[in-house]
Design a protein around this ligand. Structure first.
Ligand code: NDP
Ligand code: OXD
Length: 309
């Protein structure tokens, strides 16, 4: 049985090593692959070139190295009928919870404002606000959104979440659908986006949504760059409707050198590192799924490609 790995060289080697110890019988190849395409049973990929996957006629499953599968959904030649599996693994979930906590606390405790003050050698106290007086609102109550939100509960924040389908989660005020979004936004002081990028969620972080948040709210985008209408964010930051933003994902990555986000005093940004799949923990999920399929059992975390996540 053979698996093809397509990611950057360093991570590809880490995956090959992790898989070799977790499943020695599985033969792994790193991309570019020069052998017989018919010999490849599984693909483990991050941003494969468009049309690449259709050249393997015997693929049984495509594993996304990331939780998001927009890098596969955008391929018009994705082989039909081959299940796409998104990444669900403890390392990725833990990393995202860390990042969201860091970003939320940054806004809650005005750390970016103090960093700006420091540039000007200004020593000024900003009144502290109790966590219990702030609501963190999560767009997306999936594997990552729910875990990140729940971890913020330990600080005493009010927690709210918005999803496509109705949910009931202890300690979280749950909203869904368009009607629910309005109610959810009106009470949200720190808005976090952990949605998948689909035609329904594209551009969701826009002027209308920002206008429905309480004045001075903060926005954290760790979903995808396509969720954010960048001009609307700049306008909302400059008008004071938004107090700050943390951005990890962008329309164009790497962010062009002349982009206004680089120097905006209200923007804290990172280069799409909010969380990364860790091969050592993630290989267990991939191997378990391969064993499941080989035993005739259903795969876990298969994407509904018509829904887009
Ligand atoms: P899941 O598939 O587990 O969860 C998706 C959530 O979004 C679900 O709660 C779903 O609702 C909700 N949702 C989807 N469409 C809509 C809609 N139209 N309206 C309202 N809610 C919607 O995804 P994960 O939590 O695993 O990952 C989320 C995303 O995080 C990834 O797709 C990826 O883009 C991003 N990501 C970013 C990383 C980074 O480093 N910046 C790292 C990893 C992931 P329902 O529950 O009702 O189905
Ligand atoms: C992911 C990512 O989707 O890293 O996992 O963006």
């Amino acid at each position: 049985m053979a698996l093809l790995i397509k990611t950057d060289i360093e991570r590809g080697n880490a995956w090959a090593e992790a898989l070799a110890s977790a499943y020695p019988e599985l033969k792994t190849h790193t991309w570019p692959y020069k052998g017989d395409p018919a010999a490849i049973d599984y693909a483990l990929v991050w941003m494969p070139p468009e049309g690449e996957l259709k050249s393997y006629p015997n693929l049984k499953a495509i594993f996304s190295i990331g939780a998001g599968i927009d890098h596969l959904a955008s391929d018009p030649d994705l082989p039909e009928g081959v299940p796409v599996v998104r990444m669900v693994e403890p390392g990725l979930t833990a990393g995202m919870s860390e990042y969201v906590a860091l970003a939320a606390l940054n806004h809650h405790r005005f750390i970016q404002d103090y960093a700006n003050q420091r540039q000007e050698k200004r020593w000024e106290e900003i009144p502290q606000i109790a966590a219990s007086a702030r609501q963190i609102g999560m767009l997306g109550l999936g594997v990552l959104g729910r875990a990140a939100l729940e971890s913020l509960g330990t600080f005493g924040f009010k927690l709210a979440g918005w999803s496509r389908t109705p949910k009931s989660i202890t300690g979280i005020s749950c909203y869904h659908g368009e009607e629910g979004l309005r109610e959810f936004l009106a009470e949200t002081d720190i808005l976090v986006c952990l949605l998948p990028l689909t035609p329904e969620t594209e551009g969701i972080l826009n002027r209308d949504v920002f206008a429905q948040l309480p004045r001075g709210a903060a926005v954290i985008n760790v979903g995808r760059g396509g969720h954010l209408v960048e001009e609307d964010l700049l306008e909302a930051l400059d008008s004071g409707q938004l107090g700050g933003a943390t951005l990890d994902v962008f329309h164009e990555e790497p962010l062009p050198k002349d982009h206004p986000f680089w120097t905006h005093p209200k923007v804290f940004m990172t280069p799409h590192i909010a969380s990364m799949t860790i091969p050592e923990t993630a290989c267990q999920a991939v191997v378990a799924n391969i064993h499941r399929l080989e035993a005739g059992e259903p795969l876990r975390h298969v994407v509904d490609m018509t829904r887009g996540y």
